[in-house]
Design a protein. Structure first.
Length: 301
């Protein structure tokens, strides 16, 4: 049994007006076509919905029961369509985002603030996570997309480059190396180094390319800890430049590093089979229009 939405609309119009001619006019049909529409509905349901005479139309008892139920059903359909249109217009909806901690500090939260101001009806769910867990979230479709460093060797994930984020050395303002505008890797070999675990591979590779044997004296999980240790005199750290504008740099100064410059690709990563919602697609455009403070300058030596 197949009931068409047009038949339901016609039945409700007739049930309200108790006139086939007025009901036909209301939904834009000729009266003979409308009468056939009602007959087809009665045939499909195997019930009599109206008692009709040349002068009068009366709805049957079962017609009255169906009228109320169909009206509620049609209202649900209208609400569902209204919700869909509201989601498309970004009046409501949900954005689920995964982001690296170093990017959540400034770049992403600034874009989220602008997005929320423009579309306050969209619910935002932000998950701060490191790269392996981000890949897992995307694989399980628990995030629309992630803002992260490039994830290699996972063909199920698609990466869209946004900018290059440079790692820089942070040291006390009174440190003897602070007089240099940019540092050579050889200048760091005699320093106690505080490495971020997430950046250790990139830092280790840079030392190897300079044929230097250097490992971490201290390894920490987050940038705030690394900067606190530098301020306390434990040594020098190497951290993402993009995170520094929102961090406490009291008593500290950063210096760029000469070739090979430690740069990581930052972009949007999502599962190849995940279609972005209207909210996610709009926020993707926000990120592309939001220049991050402190991103890598290709002219730096």
């Amino acid at each position: 049994m197949r009931i068409k939405l047009r038949q339901v609309e016609g039945f409700l119009a007739a049930a309200d007006s108790l006139s086939f001619s007025r009901a036909a006019e209301k939904i834009g049909m000729t009266q003979p076509a409308f009468s056939q529409l009602i007959r087809d509905l009665e045939s499909a349901l195997d019930v009599k919905l109206f008692d009709r005479s040349t002068r009068k139309v009366r709805i049957t008892d079962i017609g009255l029961l169906l009228r109320d139920q169909m009206r509620r059903g049609l209202l649900e359909i209208d609400n569902a369509c209204s919700n869909a249109r509201a989601i498309t217009r970004l009046e409501r909806g949900q954005l689920s985002l995964a982001v690296l901690p170093s990017l959540a500090l400034s770049f992403v939260t600034e874009a989220l603030a602008s997005f929320h101001q423009a579309y306050p009806g969209v619910q935002i769910r932000l998950q701060e996570a490191r790269t392996p867990y981000i890949a897992d979230l995307l694989t399980r479709h628990e995030a629309d997309f992630a803002v992260c460093a490039r994830i290699e060797a996972d063909h199920a994930l698609q990466f869209e480059h946004l900018f290059d984020d440079e790692l820089v050395a942070v040291l006390p303002k009174g440190h003897e190396l602070a007089r240099h505008q940019a540092l050579r890797w050889t200048q760091l070999t005699g320093e106690a180094l505080i490495w971020l675990a997430a950046q250790s591979a990139l830092i280790h590779k840079a030392f190897e390319e300079n044929e230097l044997d250097k490992s971490a004296d201290h390894q920490v999980l987050n940038t705030v800890t690394a900067l606190s240790m530098v301020r306390a005199g434990f040594g020098v750290t190497i951290v993402p430049l993009v995170a520094l504008p929102e961090l406490n740099m009291r008593g500290l100064i950063y210096r760029r590093l000469r070739a090979p410059r430690p740069v990581r690709e930052i972009g949007l990563c999502r599962h190849v089979d995940h279609t972005l919602s209207p909210a996610a697609e709009q926020f993707r455009q926000f990120l592309r229009r939001t220049p991050p403070r402190g991103s890598a300058d290709p002219k730096t030596p």
